[in-house]
Design a protein around this ligand. Structure first.
Ligand SMILES: *[C@@H]1O[C@H](CO)[C@@H](O)[C@H](O)[C@H]1NC(C)=O
Ligand SMILES: *[C@@H]1O[C@H](CO)[C@@H](O)[C@H](O)[C@H]1NC(C)=O
Ligand SMILES: *[C@@H]1O[C@H](CO)[C@@H](O)[C@H](O)[C@H]1NC(C)=O
Ligand SMILES: *[C@@H]1O[C@H](CO)[C@@H](O)[C@H](O)[C@H]1NC(C)=O
Length: 590
């Protein structure tokens, strides 16, 4: 009854809106109808684990503000990221499509965009929900992390910039908070750099060896120019990456407002306050709505920049302090909404782009998140820990408070959901993988539109899940899994990140099968002996995978080597390169 009541309310709201639109069309004098469309406030954490927050079962980290969203709204308990790494997951979130469709994946181990000055990024012909909402008259803003590229051909063309993808307003980092920003000893970027350095060293060694061999054997036919040329080139790259590298990684940590760099390098102690000030002023300016605001937190990615007020306050070291600070920020943002009288007219969403990083739990320190009962973490294509993330949605008066939705849902679902809310239409000229969440949220539908979901690691399909409609069983099939190091642990502690292919993974034939409905931790591998359905399930999922693969078309991979390599002429610089420095921010006081 309760659900029916709420859905009626919702449709009444929609009806009123439609009516108002019609009126508006007929009488130009009656123009202030925009306030009737719901505002949308999306919040995304970076690398936060599902086990890090109270409403998902954590009893020691204090996250009262995030928990409040669960009390006042709907909690999704099987909410999945399309990838276990930031760049592909965020691309899928904004476009409603598996990242393999937009090419926001790699094939060679570079898991995210590595530098600001790379030419890869979200292609121009991809359509974000921001673009569609903007076309429907929404004011659209993104505050915080982008990490979907910046430039294509020059340092100022901004072809991949948020303003080129439907946002009216951008304030934040175009890349990401990374260990290198403050010289933290853990860094994803440095792992990629080291790989490239090793490669260059090998080229140099090979050249030297062939030179020596040629000399010893007195060969005249060695193509000297080629050998010497490649050796010199490799040496130059080596020197450049080695000496310029540290300068550039600092230069990559800057704040930008729209197209203008405002702070380079960043003063991290005030970043959280600057972001909050921006959110507050965005809400004030646009309180007559409708607006779409995407708050993309720099928390809780390493290096875990935390202001002094929160340092040492949690029970879980620097990581816990950082989570609690982000929760405080969520509280501030909800307060701003209240203060502007926007809470009832705004749909609020909270999630994380991927699971917590287990490899950042080194020695006695915890620098990465906790994925609760789920196996594995960030960077692993298939295991639940990397992709099962929090999903909270609040819309007072429309969505029942405290509703729990256990159906399979995806971050990609936000795309059709907010487009539907804004009265827009999803693009018809391409495959959209997300499904409208509203019927599920309102309780008018019992099942999500996802019978199958695929779990990629880079461009490689690692796993797939099947929510069997007649029995409700959620099966999970793994074709490839990373090899944990040391064996028996849930991560790849020797390498910072588990690989997606090559020697570091195992291919399974027959695939591994789990029943997530009985075994959410993926601990009991099912066999034909223990599971009578084994062959049927494997065959059914295989069929779905093949059907999905038929819908894929080859696109340029934006995260691969040439598009994801430091390119000097694309380096944004506030000042004179390499002395990139400026500070155009006033100190905030939030
Ligand atoms: C709560 O989160 C912290 C921080 O990630 C983690 O260390 C701890 O194990 C979690 N506790 C529970 C009960 O999940
Ligand atoms: C960003 O640019 C848009 C126009 O493209 C403008 O409406 C908005 O006010 C700008 N934001 C800031 C903070 O300057
Ligand atoms: C917001 O919605 C709630 C739930 O329907 C209602 O109790 C409250 O009075 C509303 N607040 C305002 C300011 O309209
Ligand atoms: C975008 O352009 C690429 C070529 O650069 C093409 O392969 C792809 O199909 C296009 N995507 C869409 C959605 O039109």
């Amino acid at each position: 009854m309760l659900h029916l009541h709420h859905s009626c309310l919702y449709f009444r709201t929609r009806l009123a809106v439609t009516f108002a639109v019609l009126l508006g069309l007929m009488s130009p004098a009656c123009s202030d109808i925009s306030g009737s469309w719901p505002n949308v406030l999306l919040m995304m954490a970076d690398d936060l684990g599902i086990g890090d927050i109270g409403c998902y079962g954590n009893t020691t980290v204090r996250t009262p503000n995030i928990d409040r969203l669960a009390e006042e709204g709907v909690i999704l308990i099987q909410h999945l990221a399309a990838a276990s790494m930031c760049t592909p997951s965020r691309a899928a979130f904004l476009t409603g499509r598996y990242p393999i469709r937009s090419g926001m994946v790699s094939s060679n181990g570079l898991r995210v965009l590595q530098w600001v000055s790379v030419s890869g990024g979200l292609p121009k012909n991809e359509t974000t929900f921001a673009k569609i909402l903007k076309d429907k008259g929404y004011v659209t803003g993104i505050i915080g992390k982008w990490h979907l590229g910046l430039n294509c051909e020059s340092a100022t063309d901004h072809c991949h910039h948020p303003l080129s993808h439907g946002f009216d307003h951008f304030y934040g980092m175009t890349l990401s908070m990374m260990g290198d920003c403050i010289g933290f000893d853990l860094s994803e970027k440095r792992v990629g750099l080291q790989r490239r350095l090793r490669f260059c060293l090998q080229v140099v060694a090979l050249a030297v060896l062939s030179l020596a061999a040629g000399k010893v054997m007195g060969l005249a036919s060695v193509p000297w120019a080629l050998v010497i040329g490649s050796a010199v080139a490799a040496l130059l790259i080596l020197i450049a990456s080695y000496f310029l590298g540290p300068l550039i990684v600092h230069a990559d940590c800057f704040l930008m407002r729209n197209h203008t760099i405002t702070e380079q390098p960043m003063k991290f102690q005030r970043t959280a306050s600057l972001m909050l000030r921006e959110v507050s002023s965005f809400l004030k300016r646009n309180k007559h709505g409708p607006f779409l605001l995407f708050v993309s937190f720099l928390h809780t990615h390493i290096p875990l920049v935390t202001t002094e007020k929160f340092l040492g306050k949690s029970l879980h070291g620097l990581y816990g302090d950082n989570v609690e600070e982000m929760d405080w920020m969520v509280g501030k943002i909800l307060d701003y909404l209240d203060k502007e009288g926007l809470s009832n007219s705004t749909l609020v969403y909270f999630t994380s782009d991927n699971g917590g990083s287990l490899e950042y739990q080194l020695g006695n320190h915890q620098y990465g998140g906790w994925n609760g009962i789920y196996k594995g973490g960030k960077g692993m294509g298939g295991w639940e820990g990397g992709i099962r993330v929090p999903g909270l949605i609040r819309w007072p008066g429309v969505l029942s408070a405290g509703r729990v939705v256990a159906e399979t849902t995806s971050l990609m679902d936000i795309f059709p959901t907010v487009i539907q809310l804004a009265g827009g239409a999803v693009p018809q000229d391409r495959v959209i993988d997300g499904r409208d969440l509203l019927p599920l949220l309102l309780g008018t539908a019992q099942h999500s539109g996802h019978e199958f979901l695929l779990h990629y690691c880079e461009k490689f399909l690692h796993a797939a899940r099947w929510h069997q409609p007649d029995t409700g069983t959620v099966w999970k099939v793994h074709y490839i899994t990373p090899i944990f190091q040391p064996e028996g642990t849930g991560g790849c502690y020797g390498r910072i990140m588990c690989p997606c292919f090559g020697e570091g993974v195992t291919r399974h034939d027959p695939p591994l099968l789990f029943d997530l409905s009985r075994d959410p931790s993926e601990t009991h591998v099912l066999t034909p002996a223990t599971e009578p359905m084994f062959h049927q399930v494997i065959a059914r999922v295989q069929q779905a995978v093949e059907r999905h693969q038929q819908t894929l078309s080859p696109v340029p991979l934006q995260l691969d080597e040439l598009r994801n390599i430091w390119t000097p002429w694309l380096q944004p610089c506030c000042g004179r390169f390499p002395l990139c420095w400026c500070d155009r921010e006033e100190d905030p006081n939030v």
